[in-house]
Design a protein around this ligand. Sequence first.
Ligand SMILES: NC(=O)c1ccc[n+]([C@@H]2O[C@H](COP(=O)([O-])OP(=O)(O)OC[C@H]3O[C@@H](n4cnc5c(N)ncnc54)[C@H](O)[C@@H]3O)[C@@H](O)[C@H]2O)c1
Ligand SMILES: O=C(O)[C@H](O)COP(=O)(O)O
Length: 526
Amino acid sequence: MSKVLVSDPIDSAGIDILSQVAQVSVQTKLPPEELVKIIPEYDALMVRSGTRVTQEVIDAGTHLKIIGRAGVGVDNIDIPAATRRGIVVVNSPEGNTTAAAEHAIALMMALSRCIPDANHSVKENRWERKKFMGSEVYKKTLGVVGLGKIGSHVASVAKAMGMKLLAYDPFITAERAEQLGCRLVDLDFLFQEADYITLHIPRTPETTNLINAESIGKMKPTARIINCSRGGIIDEAALAVALEKGQIAGAALDVFETEPLGESPLRDLGANMILTPHLGASTEEAQVNVAVDVAEQIRDVLLGLPARSAVNIPGLNPNVLEQLKPYLQLAETLGNLVGQIAGGRIDKLEVRLQGDLATNQSQPLVVASLKGLLSNALRERVNYVNASIEAKERGIRVIETKDASVGDYSGSLHLSARGSLGEHSVTGALLSDGEIRITNLDGFPINVPPSNYMLFTLHRDMPGIIGRIGMLLGNFNVNIASMQVGRKIVRGNAVMALSLDDPLPDGILQEITGIPGIGDAYTVNL
Ligand SMILES: NC(=O)c1ccc[n+]([C@@H]2O[C@H](COP(=O)([O-])OP(=O)(O)OC[C@H]3O[C@@H](n4cnc5c(N)ncnc54)[C@H](O)[C@@H]3O)[C@@H](O)[C@H]2O)c1
Ligand SMILES: O=C(O)[C@H](O)COP(=O)(O)O
């Protein structure tokens, strides 16, 4: 039975799902060295933001197939290290969107009405009505930095509260912003005009310290900043100085450069600074959502099924995956086949999507073809995660082409590989029942299903060849399941494709190529 380590607090709904297929061990607050020590035992690791999944952890996790992040941000996981090792990393891109957006709104309201300090004051037996004079958000301008899932939700709630909305997001269109009731503006304009600035962006080199002394200097003295996205996007020292000096009116932070927040000047500020301990996703609903979402994906991957929200499988978004699922197996089979025929070191692979298939995204089929191709050398070590990297490291040049013209099949996939045994090509298609057919080999039309053991010959189309091959295989006690010849002209060159019930014994290829008229022969195991 597979083993899953859960190293952060995860809702029991997720643990129940994992327990259907695996032995689950929940061990939170593990010191890093302890995690490295125990991780070799596990097939899967499930975390939130509390566990740092470093390269050391990943390298030690020799059995790891999947790392699941029950949440959005995967910045605590070394994704390149996981990708190199072929470990799929999944997250829950939408499970806590509402929770995080509502927390941002809650912080904005708490800031505008001094709620935390007023609460504290009453509990301390004071009644300071004058001290906690608030300001309304109605008709104020909210600047949303990052108009993705959470930013959009915040915008729609703020709009309902009567706020005017500005947005900065270099990756969305003005039309999309308009649909959300926002005016897309440049960052400086947003800083200058906004009464409230809310951040909903990932931490990247571009966004690190986006809010700093200089950008704060552009803001109104009445401006208030909310950060419910990632620590490090605000220069905390600069913010503390600005609040101390009254350069801006307030800030509310849920996330910090270092978590848990250690010694910090932010702690010394008054009602103009609200701090929460990374609570954006901490609602009962969000925790069930993310736990179920990620546990289901871990379960599926452990059962050999694809994950719907893998962050390190390029081009495989859930919708595309669903649509292309039958073709992925076709691509993998053809990749495997052409890899064995081309043989040895492959330096070029052309992947051509033909007919109806040409309307699809090619990337997933390229990855699947590479996985099949490389499985000859790398066996189970190659998967959808690392196939492209492995191909690149082996110097395989990949050419993707599309040809919308329809041939014998409405949609087909053509692979051509150049290897140490020459350049070979194979085409395949799916029948209406989803069955795979190999429809062409090296330009010769055939129509054979793939099978475990296959033999292909390139020969002269002349009497006696088929019989002699049949005799030879019979002598070696190899049973022929099906046989087909593909030729372009009578008595010209031809291809023979045989599906066999038994593996071909060593040395038989030499005897086959010794038959007069046979040029080349290839054994293929699919
Ligand atoms: N506090 C919490 O507990 C909590 C919970 C969930 C998510 N988050 C964090 O919130 C952030 C937003 O999450 P999301 O689900 O909305 O992500 P998302 O990917 O849906 O949206 C992010 C948006 O930021 C935009 N963006 C990227 N770089 C930008 C830049 N340089 N300037 C402006 N915009 C930029 C993107 O175009 C995108 O629209 C993430 O950092 C996520 O990790 C925090
Ligand atoms: O990226 C996220 O999903 C949030 O930061 C939530 O993190 P958490 O799961 O540790 O609460």
